[in-house]
Design a protein around this ligand. Structure first.
Ligand SMILES: [Ca+2]
Ligand SMILES: [Ca+2]
Length: 228
């Protein structure tokens, strides 16, 4: 699968469960209002070195993820669930931050990844799925999201970091882990390889302990921008 880009970009279409006008109204309305949402996270989504704002919040009953760049560009798209996940990370080191967003509700957990390309937030399409936890350099692992972790590492040695996902599950007294790596180009993620293994579960280890150990052992942590 090669680069997937505009023309017929699937990443900008709203999901069926969402009223497109919610995002449109905001993004086409008063820019000041759109860009003065509470608690924006600072990022550099366009790689120009200037600080951009990212938000993921409820607006008029609709979860939205949006960006307002220092250059005055803005875009938004439907968010997910409770909108409680927002992680900013430049996983491939190209200077443009990617946006991980989603929810981890008890009944619904999910996430998506967007990139800001050519002035639009484009949803990364591919076989990604499940609950994410981005493994950050020096992170304290207090996140309650468990089961999967993401990191970044150039596993296929093509010069660009892959998005790496580690999942774990218990099997008797053992922990089975699986590592899958993706090549993300444009707004398309392609699964390029996987491996895995089994190791004994440590005494008293919780699921999150196991996940974090697996992540540390099998994924290089991403350098993340502090989201303050
Ligand atoms: Ca910027
Ligand atoms: Ca990037």
């Amino acid at each position: 699968m090669g680069p997937v880009e505009p023309a017929n970009d699937p990443g900008v279409s709203a999901s069926p469960s969402v009223t497109p006008s919610a995002a449109e109204k905001l993004s086409k309305g008063d820019p000041q209002r759109f860009c003065s949402r509470r608690d924006p996270v600072v990022a550099d989504v366009d790689g120009d070195g200037r600080e951009d704002q990212v938000f993921h919040s409820w607006v008029k009953g609709q979860a939205l993820v949006g960006v307002c760049t220092a250059a005055g560009k803005k875009d938004s798209r439907p968010g997910l669930g409770m909108s409680e996940l927002l992680q900013i990370i430049d996983f491939d080191g190209d200077g443009r931050d990617e946006i991980f967003f989603g929810s981890t509700g008890i009944t619904i957990g999910g996430y998506e990844v967007t990139r800001f390309l050519r002035g639009r937030l484009r949803l990364v399409r591919g076989p990604l799925g499940g609950e994410p936890m981005v493994v950050r350099q020096g992170a304290e692992f207090t996140n309650r999201m468990v089961g999967r972790a993401f990191g970044c590492e150039d596993i296929d040695e093509d010069g660009t970091a892959n998005l790496v996902q580690v999942t774990t599950r218990f099997q008797g007294q053992d922990v089975r882990w699986k590592r899958t790596w993706y090549s993300v180009r444009g707004a398309s993620a392609e699964r390029v390889g996987h491996d895995g293994g089994s190791e004994p579960r440590g005494e008293g280890e919780s699921r999150i302990d196991v996940l974090m150990r697996a992540a540390r052992d099998h994924v290089r942590a991403c350098e993340a921008r502090e989201s303050s």
